[in-house]
Design a protein around this ligand. Sequence first.
Ligand code: ATP
Length: 308
Amino acid sequence: MSLAISAKGLTRCFGDFIAVDRLDLSIEEKTIFGFLGPNGSGKSTTLRMLTGLLTPSHGDICVLGLDIPKQSEALRLRLGYMTQKFSLYDDLSIEENLKFMAQVFNLPGREVNKRIDAQLTVYGLDQRRKRMAGSLSGGQRQRLALAAATLHEPELLLLDEPTSAVDPENRRDFWETLFDLCDQGATILVSTHYMDEAERCHNLAILEGGIKQADGSPKQLMADMQATVLEVDGTHLRQIREVLTARPEILSAAQQGARLRVLVTNALSNPEEWLKSQWPDAMKDRTIERVRPSLEDVFVHCTGQRRQ
Ligand SMILES: Nc1ncnc2c1ncn2[C@@H]1O[C@H](COP(=O)(O)OP(=O)(O)OP(=O)(O)O)[C@@H](O)[C@H]1O
């Protein structure tokens, strides 16, 4: 196993506030690794430290064999970075934006047009090459941003919540492109707060309050969850939820259509019977079924969020 990124004890403080707290990371090359976490959990701050743009308060970072931030200049041309904000020029056309990026990445003159044409085709922008970037839809802007970030064929792509402004169809297409890039040999690190996106990653880390709460493959995280998931059917589920969540043994309860999804601590050996014995009237005539955990259950469990 070769690592594209490894970090040890990575920490970043802003004054007294610890935005990222002693984070260890091992990211295998040619895989898609996800950072899953709520707003403010430290995802962007971590990505910025890995690019070398932000200096850590403590810790060691090695990216593509380089010591970061010391060797960030050598990393710059091997890295593609897409930030949350659209970082291209609204008053330049699609083609002009890519030409500008070609200069930033020092692409040799004879290759520039060929490379831009190839990107315009891959990202479905060739018919619109003269359009101003400022007039593009959310999906088109995002495709242009990815075309720009990959123009120089980087070995590593860091994507900070790249799909927050696009519709589900464009998100799906975007992920297909990420898998193509990964198949071609790129390592991709992507931050998201969408569960379905996190589930597509080979491995992921769940962050909250700047601390890594868990990491592993989605499958492994679901298998390792230290809680049982039950589904309870019937009526008046909102009232039942209120009663259940008052007890510490119930980690969370969330209504999903005609069912209540309940996370119960693993400390109980027979949680179905326990529910029936604690609330004999409320549980009468209801089906209580044990189901497989989802990544959302893992997330709720790890981050201690009581989802409603
Ligand atoms: N330059 C800064 N000065 C002070 N605090 C900062 C700075 N940058 C980030 N923070 C704080 O650090 C915490 C983590 O922010 P960060 O942007 O890394 O989170 P995030 O997980 O990427 O969230 P989001 O999805 O909202 O971008 C937040 O509380 C944020 O306010």
